[in-house]
Design a protein around this ligand. Sequence first.
Ligand code: ZN
Length: 130
Amino acid sequence: MPSSSASPPWMIRASVLRDISLVAQKNHPNEFIALLGVGEKSSHVVSELVYVPFESGRTFSGLYSELIPFDELVVGTVHSHPSPSAFPSDADLNVFSRMGRVHLIIAYPYSPQSIRAYSSKGKPISLRTV
Ligand code: ZN
């Protein structure tokens, strides 16, 4: 059976990881959500955070999907969980399936170690910092 490792691994710039951690802390105890961008088509290196309007609370965050600049340089989403669990909720899985190929969840206390990456199907995938 072909495994998902056939596609190149996702990487993320350390500076983007740092930004995610800072924004998550700033929004605590609410969630935040943003989009992940790459520098060029077919790149697997997440090199920017794309901020979009969102609504959030302690247990949810939602995007105004009509305002999302969804182009080929946007590869997925990132959002925070104000709890120590980085497991995707059913609502998260629904978003993952609709919005790109790589999805990050950063859980409290929002350190680079508390971030997890998932595929559009909600399967854990590896994420290397570069
Ligand atoms: Zn979530």
